[in-house]
Design a protein around this ligand. Structure first.
Ligand SMILES: NC(=O)c1ccc[n+]([C@@H]2O[C@H](COP(=O)([O-])OP(=O)(O)OC[C@H]3O[C@@H](n4cnc5c(N)ncnc54)[C@H](OP(=O)(O)O)[C@@H]3O)[C@@H](O)[C@H]2O)c1
Length: 242
């Protein structure tokens, strides 16, 4: 049976990142119950304090942290079951990512596979697990993943990064063809360079022209709230270069 999902619960991966924390804030601002996932106690505390300050301003306190060192299937099953327990998740956002340069003459297979593991696999596994958990109870759930403009064109000396984001794009397009029957809809947001910890690693681009993390968060929130029978499958969010 397919049910409308009127819950206001969101699960956010990559919450310790500059885009991730803005995503947490925008859902809090809109009265959501926010479940944030981070890797260790330090980032748990940091995020908790930032969100506490923020939600106190809004006179709200509805967030819960989950610590998970690993990104594998077993860890993700635990997280999803916990977060989906009392109230079904309406939205899941994955803002996990790793960036680095690798030129062709220094290509390293292990690095390539590591990028696939971090940048591509989690969203695939999240879909797999949610399909299993929701086998009987099919609530509408939107899964939004932060990809990258590199998914479309790639750029110099970023073989592993660009390939992992391109793989994410084709994976999501294939996954949607199976999951839409169970009302699980995936959207990939592919931004250009963003002002963040990761953005500061990008060479030969004008940092001041980068997109603000809060703007990416606004786009994520807006898309996740659209009640339309169609799917916004991927969005190319370009920065304006003057
Ligand atoms: N910044 C840009 O220019 C840009 C442009 C296009 C797309 N994006 C994409 O946007 C997303 C968010 O990036 P950001 O700009 O917010 O960068 P960021 O501030 O560096 O955040 C990256 C996030 O990924 C998490 N992460 C990295 N490796 C992980 C691992 N092995 N296991 C679990 N979590 C891991 C980090 O956790 P810790 O804090 O614990 O390390 C952090 O929460 C990424 O997918 C990125 O590719 C970024």
């Amino acid at each position: 049976m397919i049910k409308n999902n009127n819950s206001n619960k969101v699960l956010i991966f990559g919450s310790s990142g500059d885009i991730g924390i803005e995503i947490c804030k925008i859902y809090l601002k809109n009265n959501f119950n926010v479940c944030y996932v981070c890797r260790d106690k330090n980032s748990y505390k940091k995020i908790y304090n930032k969100l506490f300050l923020f939600s106190k301003k809004l006179q709200r306190n509805s967030f819960e942290g989950i610590i998970s060192k690993k990104l594998n299937e077993t860890a993700l099953i635990k997280i999803l079951k916990k977060a989906d327990k009392n109230q079904p998740l309406r939205v899941i956002v994955n803002s996990i990512g790793v960036f680095g340069y690798d030129e062709i003459v220094k290509f390293n297979t292990n690095k390539f596979l590591e990028f696939i593991k971090i940048n591509t696999m989690p969203t695939i596994l999240l879909n797999k697990i949610l399909m299993k958990i929701r086998y009987k109870k099919r609530y509408v759930t939107n899964i939004l993943t932060i990809g990258s403009s590199s998914a479309y064109e790639g750029f110099e000396k970023t073989i592993s990064y660009s390939a992992s984001k391109h793989a994410l794009l084709s994976s999501i397009k294939s996954i949607n063809k199976e999951t839409y029957k169970n009302k699980i809809f995936n959207t990939l947001i592919n931004p250009g360079s963003v002002k963040s910890r990761m953005g500061r690693k990008i060479k030969n681009q004008l940092y001041s022209s980068f997109i603000n993390p809060a703007d990416v968060a606004e786009l994520v929130y807006g898309i996740s709230m659209i009640k339309s029978p169609g799917i916004i499958e991927d969005v190319f969010y370009k920065r304006i270069i003057k």
